[in-house]
Design a protein around this ligand. Sequence first.
Ligand SMILES: Cc1cc2nc3c(=O)[nH]c(=O)nc-3n(C[C@H](O)[C@H](O)[C@H](O)COP(=O)(O)OP(=O)(O)OC[C@H]3O[C@@H](n4cnc5c(N)ncnc54)[C@H](O)[C@@H]3O)c2cc1C
Length: 421
Amino acid sequence: MSVLTVAVPFRVAIIGGGVSGCASARRLAQLAPTAQITLYEIGRGPGGRASTRKTRSLPGVCINHGAPYCDIRTELGKSLVSSFADTAPFTGVRGCLEESTGKFSPYKEEEGTDATMYITGANGEMSQISSSLLSDLPSIINTKYKTMIRGLAKTADGVWEMRDKSDTLIGSADWLIVAGSGVAHPRWTKSFGGEPPLIEAESNSPDPLLRQALDEIAKQQTSPVMTVFFSFTGQVAREWLSLDFNVAEVEGSSSILSKIIVHGNNGGGNDDIDDWCSVVLHSTEDFANQNSGTYGASSSAARIAGAASDSSLEDALIEKMMKALAKIPGIPTIDQVKMDDNSYYGPMLHRWGNAFPKGEALAQDLAFLPSSRISFCGDYVASPQQARLGSCEAALLSGTFAGESIANYYAESVIDSADVL
Ligand SMILES: Cc1cc2nc3c(=O)[nH]c(=O)nc-3n(C[C@H](O)[C@H](O)[C@H](O)COP(=O)(O)OP(=O)(O)OC[C@H]3O[C@@H](n4cnc5c(N)ncnc54)[C@H](O)[C@@H]3O)c2cc1C
């Protein structure tokens, strides 16, 4: 990758604080310390689909309710991951679990330099991967959390303007990084109503290349996952942590659960505060498709973005997924009376409407568009070394590429003008 640095001041707005948005901010800040970078994110902090929930009712307990880890497979991904601070190897036991018998078979982990690297964030918190991308940088990245971009427009001077729900101008920038396909994909209309902001902006300021990119993004489908999660402290936590697995892919015929993730801290003693465990259930894609209509009352999409969410469905779905779990032999008993105790949290539901994109990744030559001063990044975009569509690694690499492409654009301009002189 290039190591050019840039001294020209310019403003960049990043829409999305997931892995890709944070990676783009990092690369830009490293190569162009004079860039004024503002990152807008609906959620309360960075992370997106690789984020972590915490609860005041159980301090110290965390729940990775999206990606349980990042699996990094390319050379570039591995070298990037080792270049930023607070990541840790994911050391949990992974394997598959036979639903009808409860028999767990661990996967044989690969060895050697070609082996997949499984990583998590500091303290086992996935959101710390994104936080870490934003730390230790030569310039400050202005982060605006709990902020949803609802409107986008380009002025006659080519400046991007961002607006909120009440159509108030909340920022302007020379470049836009679209870090997540939300504002660009037709599914926006179903969740929030109205035209997707970037599609509307393009129809007011037409650009054939941007149109082509938007058409390609519109062809991508999404694969949803419903998650149900709960946490315990004390003896029940120790029971769960004594299971053979941390990540189990469920095999069986019920087609409700696809994965069970068990994560926590077993101090090995009787200290009920230190011993905690969070369990996250992932539904199958079919189950999530059959039960659309709710995002989970505590999700940012429902709370901040006002996505249409049917809370009456929530309890019924939680019950179905918990019943499917309880039927698996060997799973510790889940006592509803105890669930109401103050050493328990949950169960809560969160629907990831776009857990994984499906189809063709947006080609790299359509991801960086100087004609509109826009760059797309995220797990829906092709990345150097072709990381897997729908992975943290694709988000990390395409985000890095987006930041680097914009920095290079200015670096090349400087060299060009120096040549003229
Ligand atoms: C249940 C589940 C399991 C997974 N398992 C794995 C796994 O095992 N391994 C793996 O590598 N990957 C896994 N993934 C996928 C991985 O989490 C994603 O590929 C990755 O996190 C995507 O990062 P991103 O930056 O591209 O997008 P996102 O994380 O989606 O980030 C986009 C961000 O933009 C924000 N945003 C959207 N619209 C707006 C707006 N208008 N204004 C402001 N902010 C906005 C969103 O809130 C979001 O935070 C899993 C995902 C899920 C949901």
